[in-house]
Design a protein around this ligand. Structure first.
Ligand code: MYR
Length: 185
């Protein structure tokens, strides 16, 4: 069946979404640029972006759980799928694929073929060590910590460094058992 013709409201919303996405991308670029100016060392910028992402992640998980109506995941595999398919879609507008699982099911990669954060971005030679999207690794780490999972999140591939995709490795270090807040007795 042919898709329904857009109504005028649809067209307006589509262009508002596009403008919002571009504004978001450009604002993030301005933040990174300012950090480079202020901190001078790309390693420091990487750390700062990760920390900013972590701070966002610990807050954003509530919004995610409320909006998505996702229930408790049975294991880390399911959690990784939820992040890739629901979380990324909700906050970044794209989905990731999940791959490169280790035998224990505690390490995997999230692959992004499309990443709106890097639209219009080209890194100068002086920024080759920059993990421009480090805010995302921090967000994932922070969000997972709030649902009791300590993780290490590392960029393995980066299109700004000439790779064909973005690959974010997520390693589950520790699953902290949740404490029931009341005693039974
Ligand atoms: C559970 O409690 O078992 C569900 C866990 C779901 C965690 C989902 C975290 C969402 C992270 C969103 C990342 C967005 C990155 C742009």
């Amino acid at each position: 069946m042919a898709p329904a013709a857009p109504k005028s409201g649809d067209v307006i919303f589509a262009s508002v979404d596009r403008v919002n996405a571009e504004l978001f991308t450009l604002t993030y670029g301005a933040i990174v640029r300012q950090l480079i100016t202020d901190l001078e060392e790309v390693e420091e910028v990487n750390k700062q972006l990760d920390q900013m992402g972590y701070n966002i992640g610990v807050r954003l998980v509530d919004e995610f759980l409320a909006k998505s109506s996702v229930s408790r995941c049975v294991d880390f595999r399911e959690t990784a799928d939820v992040i890739a398919k629901v979380g990324f879609k909700m906050f970044l507008g794209v989905t990731a694929s999940v791959t490169n699982w280790d035998a224990e099911g505690t390490t995997c990669s999230l692959i992004l073929e499309d990443n709106p954060l890097v639209d219009f971005v080209e890194l100068p030679d002086t920024c080759q060590g920059l993990h421009y999207c480090n805010i995302l690794s921090g967000v994932v780490r922070g969000a997972l910590e709030m649902v009791s999972m300590k993780t290490e999140v590392t960029w393995l591939r980066d299109m700004l460094r000439g790779d064909d995709v973005f690959e974010l490795q997520v390693k589950l270090l520790k699953q902290v058992p949740e404490e029931y807040p009341y005693k039974d007795d």
